[in-house]
Every structure is written in structure tokens, then in C-alpha cells.
Design a protein around this ligand. Sequence first.
Ligand code: 6PG
Length: 241
Amino acid sequence: PLPPGTDVMADAEATARAAAEHLIEMAESAEGDRVAICLSGGSTPKRLYALLASPGFVERVPWSRIHWFFGDDRVVPWDDALSNVRMVREAFGHAAPVPSTHLSFIPSDAGAEAGARRYERMLRDFYGAERLDPNRPLFDLVLLGLGSDGHTASLFPGKPAVAERDSWVAPVPEAGMEPFVPRITLTVPALSSSRSTLFLVNGAGKREPLQRLADGEDLPVRHIRSNGRVRWFIDREAAGL
Ligand code: 6PG
């Protein structure tokens, strides 16, 4: 069985389009003048981000209200090919009218430990409190992926960051899979403080972690909750159909 809240879609393009529609819907339904969206990294969401900046979508995204955050990043310079900042910048290109003050990149110039503390400070300042209020989610939408080894954000199975319940952000000195560079990741409580959570999962390489989940294995994703719904957009290939 696939995770509860799963929609199986024809292919990767269909999951990206559905995710773009969901993002616009969540942004439009957000109360107040700020919408907080937490982006995932890796290769899967690149098409989604490019779509948001493309004709048909770019006019409908309420760019001036959205504040963009990251669920994790590799501790490398932002212009490095491994950086999620670079990935998002390339995908948005010049077409996405993102005010520069609406982009909160994970600091990468001071190492994993200091970067984690600085990013946590940025998030708390944005949220306006030192503690997460269960009735007031930090994010309107959290986007996540699933690694072929079963990690999500940079919560690698069996690593200490998975068990962190006090900090919002954790350093990950040793990644569980390549590229073996240190990471900084949001923790389970921060990722769970959301109005909506969406996992995007594409391709045959994701059959194995989905199977491990179906077999009841205690992968990090099992601990992630949402104030609203946790949904999964999975393409037929990943679903093994
Ligand atoms: C990262 C991610 C990570 C990602 C998975 C899937 O920066 O590595 O945020 O959690 O979602 O590794 O990555 P792919 O989409 O490349 O398979």
C-alpha cells in the first residue's frame, strides 16, 4: 500500500503540474499578508519550480505575498552545483518576480553548526516567537521529497537529527548518502508545523523506499505531521505501476 493521502499520477510532469496547482491554491487560501512556503531540494522539484516561473503559472502565483524557505541544504557555497539555492535560482530564472527579502537561504558560509543556529534565528524572527504554537503553523506549505535511501529533507534514517525535538534546525555533519557533504536540515517539529505538506516522488528509484514504508519501516517521514493534510503526489513509475 502507498502512504495515506497518495495520488498516483501518469508521470513526473503530471506530478509537477499538480504540485504547482496545489501551491497556488495553498498560497491563495492563506490568511494574512504573508505566505510561508518551505521548498525541498534534490532533482525532483526542479521542474515544479521552473513551471511556477513559466507562462500559465507565473501570472497566478501571488509572488508579493510568498516568503520562500528551504527544508534543507548542503553546506557548500550557494553557487555550487550541489547547492539547493543554485537549483532554485536556476529554475526560477529571471521570470519569477521574487522580492529578494522574501528568500531565506540556509546560511552556508560558517559551517553546519553555526549555519543551523543562524537559520533557526531567521525562522524564529519570521515566525515572531521562540516556540512553535500548535495552533499557528510556521509554514503554509512544506514540500518534501523521498531519497532512494529513505531520507527526507536531510533527515537520514538512523542519524541523530531525526530524533531532535527541541531545535527547529539541526546540523548534519555526515550525510547518509552522496553527495557526502555536511547538511543543515529542518527537524521533525519544524517540518510538521504546516497547513499542508506535500511529498513529490517520481521514478523507479523511489520504489524501494516506498516499499520500505509500506513494510512498516520506521523511516523519518513517518514522524512528520501537519496541521492540515499530508499528501503524496507519486508518479506511476515510482508506484511500480
Ligand atoms: C536534498 C533534499 C532531499 C531530496 C531527496 C530526493 O537536498 O537532498 O531536500 O531530501 O528531497 O534527496 O532527491 P531527488 O529528488 O534528487 O531524488
